[in-house]
Ligand binder design. Structure first.
Ligand code: MN
Length: 483
């Protein structure tokens, strides 16, 4: 999307927040344009175009007014004579706080040294915990920097692309901003492995051309089947991001030609019960591939993602992945956390569930804070950011989402700290297992506890989650068993 000018920004903002006074947005626009003046970027473009681009992304993600103003102003403290005091006098406390937050993150650069990198992540996560909008601005900033990366020296390109892959894309994923995550990854992928990228891009566009008519016929067949009911719906085509196709090729050690679900369709409807109703129609009409159905509606992913996934055989024998979701789930899937700042009909009503949804993030950051060694911190961070999750049940049927590779001990600490502390054994599906057993989705796990029992030092060798690790460490430190 090309950067919007002042009137267009205001108009697009007002389209979703009709009753909000936009005077301050125009003011921030003029102020930033004047402050950056004739400054230019490496591309030769006027510096202010960068600020416009950041604000344009934020409007596209339908963020609130202070966030968009802060997006316009985000580099003024760093790169122009404007001081914090001037900004506070002109724009008030909230906008200034956001800009200061972004400015603090400016100097975090990717490092191959564990301690430096761990410290960077810590700062980033702390900023997130204080006000998540700071990270959203930072992500918009990073997106535009990645889009204009070609103008920098090759060394800087590599460093920034690497940092984007290692730090920003996973964070976007954790915030549920999937569209952005795919975009950041593809841009980084292009700079890190140009040859592989070009190769894959050519193959995917050839495949798209070849499969276009198949996919169109499939959509028509679905449309015809669904038309028999009067359930409201719309059908969208879907292509996977290049980086995720590439990742799958690597993981499964398969050539591109054998990756099945690079194409698919999404069916979007108005309510949860209609998702299941439409799924019923789809499964009656097309043969589902056994084992392909996943219900992320009753068991949402940790990053709030919800949908039904199924793979079916099309009229020509082709396999197509179908995702079914409501409009609201679709918004969350596209914009993630950002979707929750949406203005409710005219009022700036706060999303009451947002706090609740962000709680896990704060909690998680707290556990991470507790980890002493940089290596341990980075490892836990990486595991917890992992996309792969398993869903494990308590004997009472309550579900606990855990990262892949989690053990009964991780499960015990996920249920309750005291259960973790006094754990002496575990049963999975009614059989005794070792405490380092790797849990699988659908496992029913029962923790055996003994009063007065204590955590063991060697538990640290195999627990996977930051929560378990930090709790065990905390205990051992109190008893003077570890430093
Ligand atoms: Mn910037």
């Amino acid at each position: 999307m090309s950067p919007l000018g002042k009137e267009a920004l205001v108009a697009q903002f007002s389209a979703y927040a009709a009753h909000v006074d936009t005077a301050i947005l125009g003011k921030a626009y003029d102020f930033s344009a004047k402050a950056h003046g004739a400054q230019a970027r490496a591309s030769g473009e006027q510096y202010f175009v960068h600020c416009q681009s950041v604000a344009t992304s934020l409007v596209e993600w339908k963020m609130d007014l202070p966030t968009i103003c802060a997006g316009l102003l985000h580099d003024t403290l760093e790169d122009t004579p404007v001081t914090e005091a001037i900004m506070r006098a002109e724009f008030g406390d909230e906008i200034t706080r956001l800009v200061v937050g972004v400015t603090k993150l400016e100097h975090l650069e990717y490092s191959s040294r564990d301690d430096v990198q761990a410290e960077n992540w810590r700062k980033m996560l702390l900023a997130t915990a204080q006000d998540i909008r700071v990270i959203v601005i930072k992500l918009a900033d990073r997106l535009h920097n990645m889009q204009t990366l070609g103008y920098l020296s090759p060394e800087r390109q590599q460093r920034i692309a690497h940092e984007t892959m290692a730090l920003y894309a996973p964070l976007a994923h954790r915030l549920g901003m999937f569209q952005l995550k795919g975009e950041l990854e593809d841009l980084a992928f292009k700079h890190l492995w140009p040859k592989e990228y070009a190769d894959l891009e050519a193959k995917v566009s050839a495949l798209l051309a070849a499969r276009e008519s198949t996919l169109r016929k499939f959509k028509e067949a679905v449309e015809k089947a669904l038309a028999k009911s009067d359930i409201p719906h719309r059908i969208l085509s879907r292509t996977k991001s290049l980086n995720s196709i590439y990742g799958k090729m690597q993981r499964q050690d398969k050539p591109f030609e054998e990756i099945q679900d690079s194409l698919g369709v999404r069916i979007i409807t108005d309510s949860i019960s209609n998702c299941y109703a439409l799924l019923g129609i789809v499964h009656t009409e097309f043969k589902p591939v056994s084992g392909s159905f996943t219900d992320y509606i009753s068991i949402p992913k940790m990053n709030l993602y919800q949908s039904l996934h199924t793979t079916v055989m099309g009229p020509g024998g082709e396999l197509v992945e179908i995702q079914l979701r409501t409009e609201e789930m679709h918004r969350t899937a596209e914009y993630g956390i950002a979707a929750h700042w949406r203005y409710k009909t005219g009022e700036h009503a706060k999303d009451l569930h947002l706090e609740e949804k962000l709680n896990w993030l704060r909690q998680w950051i707290e556990w991470l804070q507790d980890l002493k060694s940089p290596r341990e911190f980075l490892d836990s961070l990486k595991t917890d950011l992992e996309l792969n999750q398993v869903f494990v049940f308590t004997p009472a049927g309550e579900v606990k989402p855990l990262p892949a590779g989690a053990t009964p001990l991780d499960f015990a600490f996920a249920v309750h700290t005291d259960i973790g502390y006094s754990c002496v054994g575990a049963q999975v599906n009614n059989k005794m297992v070792r405490l380092d057993y790797q849990l699988k989705s659908g496992d029913i796990c029962k923790i055996i506890t003994k009063r007065g029992s204590m955590p063991k030092k060697d538990w640290l060798m195999f627990v996977k989650t930051a929560r378990a690790r930090s709790k065990i460490r905390h205990y051992l430190r109190e008893k003077g068993i570890v430093a």
